[in-house]
Ligand binder design. Structure first.
Ligand SMILES: *Cc1c(COP(=O)(O)O)cnc(C)c1O
Length: 442
């Protein structure tokens, strides 16, 4: 949280975005994220002793002096690097959003974090901050449908092209696509970004982030012309996969999912080194994609229980999948805990610390059998989205991926007997009883 006017430091030292180390440790013991979520970045003394931060509903902030106002604007406009030292106007920043950013960054030890009004507004902002006419975006496939539309169609209107590779691609395939991107960009622009999503939706295919890093370093080096590697980590982060440790530069979230975790808000987040975050912040300041104070407050509430929610959902999913695995009416499971493919298992072992709670369930039969199953569920709700406290189930071919052409659906394995499940934190035996009776209705 920014300093109050009476303690504002206007002497010209670089502003601190990352919390001081002494807040994060007791003696030599580094405090864990779960502990830090209860207080980091907020001092009750500055808000009448209120244990929880108030929701700061204001569109603008009073400057302590004209000189301070000038200095804050130097930070906002990028005249002085590092962002604003104080609060200026609610399209740029606010106390609730800044506390949230401090806490969000903790989970992945990120130097900086930014929050957004939705996962898609975060993705749009990172793309707008990085691509120019003539540039090429190289991405893994499949991507979240709206992200694919944004990269493949909307950016195309501004002279940006793309190349994609399958999520599980090996080194030779990556080298070939990067060389192709480089050749295409030559003269016209640059390879502006390498954009990943892992696991991919709805296939759960994993991207080898370390391998993409190695291939990118070999193709572009590590200097100023190296494109950032960005990854949408919505499905496993921040608990089960930490891409910054595996060579990614920018981590993107739909905070609507596990981070929000109660299916009651829409928000996004981006984490990474200041070097990558500063232009994204400047773009956010320009187009106003920051999340509102109330949503930020709700997310602060959610982050306090993030670890226990995700742990419980992960344990529940493991139990439910163990039950479903051998059921006679089940044709297969796309669950990261039961990977058979050797190279995918290898990526999982190196990158992931848990299998998550979102998986694909293949029912024996087709659309009719899947619909019968979905309609018979009593505890699990029939809805798209994931990562909430409640269990959700949906039918991608008829819902989220309805508009995907049949050939592409077939290539991605989006079949008529595929049911997408996001397991919540209910009693696991109750969930198993629900799945059991719903399969009887098939
Ligand atoms: C939901 C989702 C998004 C989009 O997030 P919104 O908060 O709905 O804008 C992006 N990527 C993935 C992987 C998602 O699941």
């Amino acid at each position: 949280m920014p300093k109050r006017p009476d303690e504002a430091d206007l002497t010209g030292t670089t502003p601190r975005r990352r919390p001081k180390p002494d807040v994060m440790a007791i003696a030599n013991r580094r405090l864990s994220p779960s502990t830090l979520m209860m207080g980091l970045g907020y001092d009750p003394k500055l808000s009448e002793g209120s244990l929880k931060p108030p929701v700061f509903l204001t569109s603008t902030f009073a400057f302590e002096s004209a000189a301070a106002g000038k200095r804050h604007f130097e930070g906002i406009t990028g005249k002085r690097p590092g962002g604003a030292e104080g609060l200026v106007y609610s399209r740029f920043n606010g106390p609730n959003q800044e506390i949230l950013e401090d806490r969000l960054g903790i989970w992945e030890d990120a130097e900086d974090a930014l929050v957004f009004s939705s996962g898609m507004s975060a993705i749009a902002t990172v793309l707008l901050a990085n691509v120019r006419q003539g540039d090429v975006v190289i991405h893994s496939g499949p991507l979240y449908a709206a992200t694919e539309t944004l990269i493949n169609r909307v950016l195309g209107r501004f002279g940006v092209t793309f190349l994609d590779f399958p999520a599980g691609a090996g080194r030779a395939e990556l080298d070939a696509i990067l060389a192709q991107g480089k050749a295409r960009a030559m003269g016209a622009g640059r390879v502006a970004m390498i954009y990943l999503e892992s696991p991919a939706n709805p296939t759960n295919a994993l991207v080898d982030i370390e391998l993409v890093r190695e291939a990118s370093d070999a193709a572009f080096g590590r200097g100023d012309y190296a494109p950032p590697i960005a990854i949408d980590n919505t499905f496993l982060g921040p608990l089960w996969q930490r891409p910054l440790c595996h060579g990614a530069d920018i981590v993107i979230y739909s905070l609507t999912k596990y981070a929000g975790g109660h299916s009651d808000l829409v928000a996004g987040g981006i984490l990474g080194d200041k070097k990558w975050m500063d232009p994204i912040r400047t773009m956010r300041n320009t187009i106003g994609t920051i999340c509102d104070p109330n949503t930020a407050w709700m997310l602060l509430r959610s982050l306090e229980t993030l670890e226990i929610r995700m742990q419980r959902a992960g344990e529940n999913a493991e139990k439910v999948c163990a039950y479903l695995r051998d059921h006679p009416k089940v044709d297969g499971l796309g669950y990261l805990g039961f990977l058979k493919d050797k190279s995918q298992k290898d990526i999982f072992d190196r990158h992931c610390t848990g299998a998550g709670s979102t998986f694909s369930l293949f029912i024996k039969g087709g659309e009719a059998e899947s619909f019968a199953f979905l309609d018979a569920l009593k505890i699990a709700k029939l809805a798209v989205s994931l990562g909430g406290t409640e269990t959700l189930a949906s039918h991608p071919a008829a819902m989220t991926h309805l508009s995907v052409p049949d050939a592409r659906k077939a290539a991605l394995g989006i079949t008529d007997n595929l049911v997408r499940v996001s397991i919540g934190i209910e009693d696991p035996d109750d969930l198993i009883a629900d799945f059991e009776q719903a399969l009887e209705a098939v």
